[in-house]
Write a protein that binds this ligand. Structure first.
Ligand code: BTN
Length: 252
């Protein structure tokens, strides 16, 4: 007998964005419901970027999570994007690709972006309405399409030299996410710390942090036990970075 999945999927041919749909319909969506679109007409990335979403054989999905009904600092909700980045790496590695993480949650392969995560929480006063974990994975781009993206990007088919089946990858990804989701909620970042750090591609290197104003440069020293990043800036001061974007200034 086929075992029951712990999640429900909701499939659409076309949406503006799975995150936007999930946010608009959050009240009606259940905990662990996954919104999947064949294509997105307004795919969104972090930091107001857009996410190229026209190909039906790439992944665009949003996982709706409602682990609590009241705002609580006991649950590691902010760390869920880092948890998802580790799951993405594991699935890519199972396919035979290399996978690296650029803090906080960009997933790269051969140093180029292959997957991204956009998380959005909905909070009203004390009540927590839900977290939307939007995930895009480049499975099947032509080299020309990958080259047109506004940052160095790649796709799993380009790495493996063969087309990639979207259905199988999607299932492996969502199953992998929910396999240890409860354990992650219970234990927090420490549960993935080792897996996360071993894939971090910038530790010990010179980076720029775009979240800080003015932008600061320095050495990425370490990842702390809560998933934040320690920057040793050019004045030799340690700064703890909890959000934003980094750029690696040092070639491999
Ligand atoms: C990033 O900038 O790295 C995050 C990209 C996130 C893209 C995914 S695709 C599915 C979901 N819907 C969106 O509009 N964005 C996310």
């Amino acid at each position: 007998m086929k075992s029951q999945k712990p999640y429900k999927t909701n499939h659409f041919k076309k949406l503006d964005s799975t995150n936007t749909y999930a946010m608009k319909n959050l009240a009606e969506l259940s905990d662990k419901e996954v919104i999947i679109a064949d294509v997105q007409t307004s795919g969104r990335g972090r930091l107001n970027r857009s996410w190229v979403s026209a190909r039906e054989d790439n992944i665009y999905l949003s996982i709706v999570l409602k682990p609590c009904s009241k705002v609580s600092d006991k649950l590691p909700l902010a760390g869920l994007t880092q948890y998802m980045s580790v799951i993405l790496c594991r699935v890519l590695e199972n396919y035979g690709a290399s996978a690296q993480i650029k803090w906080p949650n960009d997933v790269l392969s051969d140093g180029k972006k292959i997957a991204g995560i956009l998380s959005q929480a909905s909070i009203q006063g004390e009540s927590f309405r839900g977290l939307i974990l939007g995930t895009g994975v480049n499975l099947n781009f032509s080299q020309e399409e990958a080259d047109k993206i506004d940052q160095p990007a790649t796709s799993l088919n380009l790495i493996l030299g063969r087309p990639v089946d979207k259905k199988a990858f999607t299932e492996e990804l969502i199953d992998g996410f929910f396999e240890n989701y409860e354990k992650f909620l219970d234990k927090g970042f420490s549960y993935i710390e080792k897996d996360y750090i071993q894939r971090c591609c910038f530790l010990g290197k010179r980076i720029a942090v775009n979240a800080l104003d003015p932008r600061e440069t320095g050495i990425a020293k370490e990842i702390r036990e809560d998933g934040s990043l320690v920057l040793e800036n050019d004045e030799m001061q340690e700064k703890i970075i909890t959000m934003g974007d980094i750029v690696c200034l040092q070639p491999d």
